[in-house]
Design a binder for this molecule. Structure first.
Ligand code: FES
Length: 84
């Protein structure tokens, strides 16, 4: 996840329905934070993830997470402080 916004310092909170999703890592998608296929001429590949029940997810926007595409707090955000 090299092409993330390192200045963002904040996960992207989304409530998603069950399904398969692809997190954009090239930054060229017109459907951010999800992939729309723009990476195909570049070195980046999207990160596939599944949601099994309707839930709020916190997608990393800084590129420092150890658990892509999810924020793990490496950005300095305490998820326990924003998850209510
Ligand atoms: S936004 Fe990247 S680890 Fe939190």
């Amino acid at each position: 996840m090299d092409k993330m916004n390192k200045d963002a310092g904040m996960p992207i909170a989304l409530t998603l329905e069950p399904g398969v999703y692809h997190r954009c890592t090239c930054g060229q998608s017109e459907y951010l934070p999800f992939c729309d296929g723009h990476h195909q001429s570049g070195e980046f590949t999207p990160i596939r993830f599944e949601v099994h029940k309707r839930e709020k997810v916190y997608l990393c926007s800084c590129g420092e997470t150890g658990n892509p595409p999810h924020c793990d707090g490496s950005c300095g955000v305490e998820l326990k402080d924003i998850i209510k």
